[in-house]
Design a protein around this ligand. Structure first.
Ligand code: ACO
Length: 343
């Protein structure tokens, strides 16, 4: 990817690490970094990456990088474009608080380093540049690939991880993050903490809502049974057949299938995707839904809920209430206290 300015002046090294200051470290010829040019490089790369991944909007931009404590690794070749250089690709990582399930299905609170976005320009893919970026990041962050979490990795990225790092056995999750079996063995690194089953009452948030999700949240249709003819103004629904409506976090409603795009030609990658999805949907869908309800109902009710899911009319009132507004705080019935008046 080339630009109408000298990339070598902006990014003196072959791989540059950018943080929220958008500064490339060394100042070009003693001048402050030209922020506008650096921003336009990041924005263009973000757009190209989102297009390559068929995301509805870029998840990487200069503004987002400034607003978060992420690191972006930029790979360039300084010789091309008449000596002004071209950008080959980028990798964005950052720490995220995630609730993850270990191999035994126990909920753990973790804060691993996550791969959030990764892109090598189309004509240069499969030339080893992705590996060069990834290896650089691993050394810079002093982390092993199995200690990281991957935000909805694309089939190409999954293939990349398997080929270069032998990462293939993922532990199914109810959110969009993928972790591999070694993840839960390196406990000290990922700071695992068992999540207490009884959480204090509070606002209920969707499970690990992340950037990719936020982009989709803005465009998604509310799932059954929360569909309402007059939806909230900030959630304009996408047509079910829209190519942009990629599947949301696993474990939403029974009508999720309706939100999927019209059947596309099947490729080995889509089959891989489908098999991953199938593994997660049945049991984990229930776990995800139970997460939404569990603050309002006890474990006996939960069992009943899971069994009677297909027939919501049979559910007791308080469960129905919890189902109808899972994202809203439903206060428990207030205790009426009778106090005797002071004499
Ligand atoms: C969490 C996330 O960021 S998910 C988003 C990941 N990004 C994308 O999917 C965007 C499009 N893809 C890309 O930009 C690149 O393919 C990347 C970043 C995934 C990998 O970068 P590359 O420079 O191609 O990787 P590199 O050359 O080091 O490794 C090649 C291996 O990656 C995988 N790979 C890369 N491109 C492809 C492809 N088009 N088809 C299938 N596998 C691919 C393969 O395992 C390949 O090995 P192989 O050629 O022997 O089959």
């Amino acid at each position: 990817m080339d630009f109408p300015f000298d990339l070598n002046a902006l990014f003196p090294e072959r791989i540059t690490v950018l943080d929220n200051s958008l500064s490339a470290g060394r100042k070009a010829h003693g001048r402050p970094d030209p922020l506008l040019q650096i921003s336009s490089v990041i924005d263009e790369l973000g757009k190209a990456s989102s297009k390559a991944q068929q995301l509805p909007a870029p998840i990487t931009s200069a503004a987002k990088l400034q607003a978060n404590r992420h690191h972006l690794y930029l790979l360039k070749d300084g010789e091309q474009n008449g000596g002004r250089g071209v950008i080959f690709g980028f990798l964005k990582v950052g720490y995220k608080k995630l609730f993850l399930l270990d191999q035994r299905g126990a909920h753990l609170e973790t804060e691993p380093l996550c791969v959030l976005d990764f892109y090598v320009t189309e004509t240069l893919q499969r030339h080893g540049y992705g590996l060069e970026l990834f290896d650089f990041m691993l050394k810079h962050k002093r982390v092993e690939p199995e200690q990281m979490a991957y935000d909805r990795p694309s089939p190409k990225f999954l293939s990349f991880l398997e080929k270069h790092y032998d990462l293939k056995n993922s532990v199914p999750q109810v959110n969009n993050f993928v972790v591999f079996s070694g993840f839960f063995q390196s406990r000290s690194v990922v700071q695992l903490r068992k999540v207490h089953p009884k959480k204090p009452e509070g606002e209920i948030k969707p499970y690990s809502l992340m950037e990719r999700e936020v982009v989709r949240e803005e465009q998604r249709v509310l799932p059954w049974p929360f569909v309402h003819p007059a939806g909230p103004p900030h959630s304009p629904p996408l047509l079910p057949s829209s190519p942009q409506s990629r599947s949301l976090s696993v474990g939403s409603s029974p009508s999720r299938a309706l939100l999927r795009p019209a059947a596309a030609p099947r490729t080995p990658f889509s089959q891989l995707n489908d098999s991953c999805r199938a593994k997660r949907t049945s049991y984990q869908g229930l776990v995800a839904r139970s997460n939404l309800y569990s603050r309002h109902i006890n474990s006996r009710d939960l069992g009943q809920l899971l069994v009677e899911e297909q027939n919501p009319l049979k559910l007791p009132d308080h469960i129905l209430k919890a189902r109808l507004c899972p994202f809203r705080h439903v206060p428990p019935p207030r205790k009426i206290m009778f106090r005797s008046r002071p004499p």
